[in-house]
Design a protein around this ligand. Structure first.
Ligand code: SAH
Ligand code: SF4
Length: 370
C-alpha cells in the first residue's frame, strides 16, 4: 500500500476531524485493489470502535410523492407528468408504524415529497400523536419547512430529521435546481432543526454532473462544520424522465470514467464517501442508502463493511412503491416488508454483524453532545 495513504488512515483513526480537506480528497481518490481494501478496513475499524458492529434498523415509509419542488435529478419532481401521484392516508401510515413496532425495528422514518401548509403540518402532527404510544424513535424527512413547523412536529413526537444538503457547493446546487430553490434556505433549515433539538441528519449525492472530488471532500468537512448527528448519503443515479437523466453527463469525480460511469463506478464512489465520512466523523450514524442496493444486489452490505451502521428497510405497501422512484433501478419493488426482513437478517448475519432489534439506535454523537 502507498505509505502516504497509510499515514492518512492512521492519522484519521486517531480522533474525529483529524485530517484536512486535502487528505479527505486523497481518501476519495483511492483507486482499486489494496488501497481500497485498506480504506474500507480502516473505516470499518473506526466504526467498530465508535458505534459497534451492530446495525440499527429504521422502517421507511414513503408516505407520498406529491412534491412542490422540481429538483432536476429527482424522479418525482413536480414537472414529471408520468408519475401517478399518491398520498397515504393517516391510517395506513399508522399501520406501517405498528408493523415496525411489531417487528421490533425500534425506529421509523416518514419520508415524502415536500409540501408546506397548515393542512399538511396538522396531518403529520396527527400521525405523530397516533403513533407516539408505540415508543418508536421517529425520523421525519419531509423537506424544508419553517422553524415553527419543525418545532410543532418535534413537540408531537419526532426525534430526528433528515434533510440532505445535496451538495455543500452553492454554485453546484444552483446548477442542479431551478432558480426558486435556495441552498441558503436548506442550510438555514438544518440550523433551525438543531435549534429545535432534533438529532439532525444531512447528506449529499455522490457522482452528480459537474461534481468534483474536491466538492465531495468539502461536503464531508461541511458535515463536521454543522456538527451533523446522522449522515444519509447515496450515489446519484440518473432517472430518464428528468433533466439530469442523460447517463453520459460528465461527473469529474469519476476521474477517467467521468463519461458514462458504470454501476460499479457509481457504487464505489458512494462507498468511498461512506468510508471517508466514518474516518472523519467517527461516532455519527451513517446510513447504507437503498440507492447502493439499486447498483448492486449486495450494495447495502458493502456499505456496512465500508463504515455505515444504519439500514432503512422499506415498509411501504408495495402498491405505492413504483410511484416513489427517485432514481432508476429501485430495488424490491414487489417485496413485502416481511420478506425484506428475512432477507436482510440473512445478509447481515453473513457479514458477521447483529441487528439492534428494539432499540431507537440514537446517534452516539448526539448523546455525547447532549
Ligand atoms: N423531499 C424530501 C425527501 C425525499 S427526497 C427531500 O428532498 O428532502 C430524498 C432524497 O432522495 C433527496 O434528498 C435526494 O438526495 C435523493 N434523490 C433524489 N433523486 C435522486 C437520484 N436521481 N439519485 C439518487 N438520489 C436521489
Ligand atoms: Fe421533491 Fe425531494 Fe425529489 Fe426534490 S428531491 S423533487 S424535494 S422529493
Amino acid at each position: 500500500m502507498d505509505p502516504a495513504l497509510g499515514a492518512i488512515l492512521e492519522k484519521a483513526a486517531m480522533r474525529p476531524r483529524n485530517i484536512s480537506e486535502t487528505e479527505i480528497e486523497a481518501l476519495l481518490s483511492v483507486g482499486g485493489g489494496e488501497g481500497l481494501d485498506a480504506l474500507f478496513s480502516a473505516a470499518y475499524a473506526v466504526k467498530a470502535r465508535a458505534v459497534g458492529r451492530v446495525v440499527a434498523f429504521r422502517g421507511l415509509v414513503e408516505a407520498g410523492n406529491v412534491c412542490a419542488k422540481d429538483c432536476l435529478y429527482c424522479g418525482i419532481r413536480k414537472s414529471n407528468g408520468k408519475v401517478a401521484r399518491y398520498s397515504m392516508p393517516a391510517d395506513e401510515i399508522v399501520a406501517c408504524a405498528e408493523f415496525a413496532a411489531r417487528e421490533n425495528y425500534g425506529s421509523l422514518v416518514i419520508q415524502s415529497g415536500e409540501i408546506e401548509g397548515e393542512a399538511h403540518t396538522r396531518f403529520i402532527e396527527d400521525v405523530l400523536a397516533r403513533i407516539r404510544h408505540l415508543g418508536l424513535g421517529v425520523t421525519l424527512s419531509l423537506g424544508e419547512q419553517t422553524e415553527e413547523v419543525y418545532a410543532r412536529w418535534k413537540a408531537a413526537g419526532a426525534a430526528r430529521y433528515l434533510l440532505r444538503v445535496e451538495t455543500s457547493n452553492p454554485e453546484l446546487y444552483a446548477r442542479l435546481h431551478p432558480a426558486s430553490h435556495s441552498w441558503e434556505r436548506r442550510v438555514e433549515c438544518l440550523r433551525a432543526l438543531r435549534r429545535c433539538g432534533y438529532q439532525v441528519g444531512t447528506g449529499v449525492m455522490a457522482g452528480l454532473p459537474g461534481q468534483t472530488l474536491r466538492d465531495l471532500a468539502h461536503d464531508i468537512a461541511f458535515f463536521g462544520e454543522i456538527d451533523a448527528d446522522m449522515i444519509g448519503m447515496g450515489p446519484f443515479i440518473p432517472h430518464e424522465d428528468t433533466p439530469l437523466g442523460d447517463p453520459s453527463l460528465v461527473s469529474p469525480a469519476f476521474g477517467s470514467a467521468a463519461v458514462s460511469p458504470s454501476k460499479e463506478d457509481r457504487l464505489l464512489l458512494g462507498l468511498r464517501m461512506i468510508a471517508a465520512t466514518r474516518l472523519y466523523l467517527h461516532d455519527v450514524n451513517i446510513a447504507a442508502a437503498t440507492a447502493l442496493q439499486a447498483l448492486a444486489d449486495d450494495g447495502r452490505e458493502r456499505g456496512l463493511l465500508a463504515g455505515a451502521n444504519v439500514i432503512m428497510p422499506n415498509i411501504t405497501d408495495v402498491k405505492y412503491r413504483r410511484s416513489y422512484q427517485l432514481y432508476e433501478g429501485k430495488p424490491c419493488l414487489d417485496e413485502e416488508a416481511s420478506q425484506c426482513r428475512a432477507c436482510l437478517r440473512m445478509r447481515i448475519a453473513a457479514i458477521g454483524e447483529t441487528i439492534a432489534f428494539g432499540r431507537h439506535g440514537d446517534s452516539p454523537h448526539f448523546s455525547r453532545r447532549q
